[in-house]
Design a protein around this ligand. Sequence first.
Ligand code: NDP
Length: 340
Amino acid sequence: MADHPTTSTRIVLASRPDGAPTPENFRTEVVDLPTVGDGQVLLRTVYLSLDPYMRGRMSTARSYAAPLEVGDVMMGGTVGEVLESRHPDLAVGDHVLAGAGWQSHAVVDGTHVRRLDPSAAPVSTALGVLGMPGFTAYSGLLRIGQPKAGETVVVAAATGPVGSAVGQIARIRGARAVGIAGGPEKCRALLEEFGFDAAVDHRDPDFRARLAEAVPDGIDVYFENVGGHVAEAVMPLLNLYARIPVCGLVAQYNGADLERRDRLPGFLSLVLSRSLTLRGFIQNEFVPEMHDDFLDEATAWVRDGRLRYREDVVDGLESAPEAFIGMLEGRNFGKLLVRV
Ligand code: NDP
């Protein structure tokens, strides 16, 4: 007990970003840890997940979740090791999935964590392919996209944890998967590592033409991850009755393109003439009905090699702000994690 840390290092929101976040928007603090109460556990953060949605929480713009207050600890999914437990089901040494945020240690309620089985899969996968991003891909694609054998599914940010799972699950369902990513190295990984049928670089000056070549039969499902110029290139290629699960708009999170709402009339005429189905979603919505199936199926797919994943791990909590800023510019290559 005496060996336990008494303080936690944490990163808080120092100020709200105007456009792209900068290091000045974050501040590191060292605070005393509370004592562990009944039903609680003391966690040492092993991995912190960095995700695009965190950008939204840094601003006050209206969204599906309340923003952080200035001074709050940056939120985030974590894998932690139990250092002390006053919860009957959790023992010292257990690894758990928690939402402890950007901090080295935390005292949390034992009912708010899920114990992980390190022999089933590496614990880091609970934040990626077998965690929230993997479930986002699974639920949004299967429930809204509903890909059928022989159809063409297009997804961008395709080497990330959501996009890479979307493409691979589409292929498991017999569809053709076309991935869009930034740069030749990521495009190569789509073909060689993740088994996509085609890959297109959105930074290529001929992006629109390359995309059209990659989808000779048009697009039946566009899993929307990025918005911006990628979405503009995709829209004219959508087939009659195409489905568009709107999952994320990472190209727009820093505020770019948002003033161009004049394009809406043209887009709406496309929705009408091609009978498109557009449906936004936040993955929590599908947790009650689909999460158990997801864990069973995805764990089996990961084991038999049909669902592969890539992690981009940076070391040290102090690296989190730069890594997060880089993710919003496409500098990550795979699920971005901080080894704390
Ligand atoms: P990623 O790890 O894929 O990281 C974001 C990627 O977006 C970057 O690596 C980059 O990839 C791409 N990107 C960034 N800026 C641009 C741009 N201007 N134009 C095109 N691409 C860009 O993220 P995730 O897999 O974690 O998340 C993917 C999407 O899913 C996000 O929009 C996220 O917000 C959303 N999401 C939604 C959820 C929901 O419940 N609705 C839950 C979880 C995630 P590249 O270099 O290849 O362009």
